[in-house]
Ligand binder design. Structure first.
Ligand code: ZN
Length: 457
């Protein structure tokens, strides 16, 4: 059934383009009429990129591109898995607002996505996704894309070597029109299996070789609770090889855009949708479990001709991308209910920043769910540059008293009792979030962060 409110909003948006004088006195240099390209490097931890300080040479091409762009050192995803995070990115709404906060939940048709806004403003829109199941159109992330090139193969590999040629072909065909392209790469995601998988640990021979090849697609995700340090290092080498492999395709994409003369009229946004646990805490490998930094820190890089190369230390969120690019493109956002904030002032010349844009960032997830028993751990996070607070609220089925343990999607097992609880970390002293200070003498900070978090709901 068509949603009248949504149709009306999109109609009003498309008729708002002529209101350009509103922007005439803006200190920012607009990019009206530019193309827009989003490049998602799924499951990429920013601290595994050279431009974020990683020691291993995983990302020579991205590092070089970051030398021409605006790199956000402290960016955060709004959830810890693909569907919820992209739903936030595409709508500029937090997970509890758009409600696509678990795998089975479709992003509602009433939600207005950036692709729909751009389409209503005359852009050609296209998305290219290979072997990433949460982009199945049944989950609603396809809203607004006229071309939606989505496929899943039996072995769920590879990704960007399939998406990139189709994407380049489409861009060549539409290069003289205004376009919005979403390019997705899933090769960094588990099972850490890409054509260059042994790149960083060629000399390894051990039991992981057998284990890895015993499943198809090969992977380390089974029995992932029993790893020696050497094995953990080998698994991380595989993860890093996925980054190196993806990086080479990002480079090819960038070269093509440059060769086609598109870089001077295109806004490029590189980002990751969430991070990955790589042996932290109890040696898990995966995501979708917690809201610690290893899972919610995201890479974020903008490239556009008007912005000089720079690094921004301020906190940023993926929900900020939509308001940022719509401001740059001079598209009015009134009535869209965007929950993110424009980051334009942090990087365009002549922009004065009077206060921090994101004193606090937020994330949420629904974790711990088992399809068999329906136990849920709803988590919410608030983070300043100094402190982080995470709440856990358990939901129970009627017969929960008989449930002794729940297995998470990544294999972790949590045992009863399933208590509501709070985590509090002093990020300046404890950036790895090891020492939980909740209930240990920081009541003022705890209460302040809790009340700030509640303001969001
Ligand atoms: Zn993802």
């Amino acid at each position: 059934m068509p949603d009248c409110r949504k149709i009306l909003s999109l109609f009003l948006l498309s008729s708002l383009i002529p209101v350009l004088p509103l922007y005439a006195q803006s200190p920012v240099d607009p990019a009206s009429g530019y193309n827009l390209i989003f490049i998602c490097l799924d499951t990429l931890r920013p601290d595994h990129l050279g431009c974020y300080g990683y020691g291993r040479n995983t990302s020579p091409r991205i590092d070089a591109i970051s030398g021409q762009g605006v790199l956000f050192k402290n960016a955060f995803a709004q959830s810890n898995f693909t569907l919820a995070s992209h739903a936030s990115l595409f709508t500029s709404k937090y997970a509890h607002s758009h409600n696509a906060d678990r795998i089975e939940r479709r992003l509602a048709d009433e939600e207005i996505t950036i692709a729909e806004v751009l389409k209503a403003n005359g852009y050609k829109t296209a998305a290219f996704i290979h072997n990433a199941q949460q982009f199945d159109p049944k989950f609603g992330l396809n809203q607004g894309f006229e071309t939606y090139d989505f496929a899943v193969e039996a072995n769920r590999r590879p990704s960007i070597e399939k998406t990139l040629p189709a994407c380049l072909k489409w861009i060549t065909r539409h290069k003289n029109e205004r376009f919005f392209v979403f390019l997705h790469a899933n090769d960094i995601h588990e099972p850490y299996h890409c054509p260059d998988e042994d790149y960083f640990d060629e000399g390894y021979h051990g039991r992981l070789d057998q284990e890895y090849m015993a499943t198809w697609p090969p992977g380390f995700h089974t029995r992932n609770l029993k790893r020696t340090k050497q094995e953990a290092r080998h698994i991380i080498a595989h993860y890093d090889a996925g980054i190196r492999y993806t990086d080479s395709y990002v480079g090819k994409f960038f070269d093509h855009l440059k060769g086609a003369g598109l870089l001077n009229k295109t806004i490029l946004v590189f980002f990751s949708d969430h991070g990955e646990i790589l042996g932290e805490r109890k040696k898990f490998f995966g995501h979708g479990l917690s809201l610690h930094d290893e899972e919610v820190r995201a890479a974020l890089l903008f490239c556009l001709p008007q912005a000089k190369q720079q690094t921004v230390e301020e906190q940023a969120q993926l929900v900020d991308i939509m308001p940022t690019v719509l401001e740059l493109l001079r598209i009015d956002t009134k009535g869209l209910g965007l929950e993110g904030k424009s980051l334009v002032k942090t990087f365009l010349p002549g922009s004065a920043i009077d206060e921090e844009i994101n004193e606090y960032v937020y994330a949420g997830c629904l974790s711990g769910e088992s399809e068999d028993n329906g136990l849920t751990d709803t988590q919410a996070m608030i983070r300043s540059r100094s402190w982080k607070l995470i709440t856990h609220t358990w939901g129970f089925p009627a017969d929960h008293k008989n449930i002794k343990s729940v297995q998470m999607h990544n294999g972790a097992i949590i045992t009863a009792p399933f208590r509501n609880r709070i985590e509090l970390y002093d990020l300046r002293k404890d950036p790895r979030e090891i020492n939980n200070l909740a209930g240990r003498g920081y009541a003022d900070i705890e209460n302040m962060l809790l009340s700030k978090l509640l303001e969001l709901f």
